[in-house]
Design a protein around this ligand. Structure first.
Ligand code: RB5
Length: 147
């Protein structure tokens, strides 16, 4: 499994933590930064991860900022992206099973790191259920194309 990851300064420490957590499970992690605590702009990292995922290499990504809100708004502006901000395990599972989310967004300032690990695990292993949900995500992607 291969995952793109990125954050701004507000998500830097959780990004580093999640990166190590995934690597310990033999997940290949493509780190798009940021690489220090210096203040940066979250749309730049959402764009990098969003474009990589939209191009299909890798197929899924994780974005982190202070709340997860900024990166989720920005990533959803990239064509082909279905980014889901999740602050609980149930939402993480539904974002995969019902919404086929290809980017998970997390907030470093809103989540404990242990909770974030559980959300990441759930999201990584959640499987899109297709069927009626596929018809709905297709409608969502039509909106994306019509912009
Ligand atoms: C940075 O201070 C903060 O605004 C950013 O990380 C994020 O929470 C924005 O949505």
């Amino acid at each position: 499994m291969k995952i793109a990851i990125g954050s701004d300064h507000g998500g830097f420490h959780l990004k580093e933590h999640v990166k190590k957590y995934l690597q310990a499970q033999s997940v290949e992690v493509l780190d798009f930064g940021t690489f220090t605590e210096a203040s940066v702009d979250y749309p730049d990292f959402a764009e990098k991860v969003g474009r990589a995922v939209a191009a299909g290499d890798p197929k899924r990504g994780i974005l982190i900022c202070g709340t997860g809100i900024g990166v989720s708004i920005a990533a959803n502006k990239v064509h082909g992206i279905r980014a889901a901000l999740c602050a609980d395990v149930f939402s993480a599972l539904m974002s995969r099973e019902h919404n086929d989310a290809n980017i998970l967004c997390l907030g470093e300032r809103t989540l404990g790191f242990g909770h974030a690990e559980m959300i990441v695990d759930t999201w990584l292993h959640g499987v899109f259920q297709g069927g009626r949900h596929a018809a709905r995500t297709e409608k969502v992607m039509k909106l994306d194309k019509a912009r």
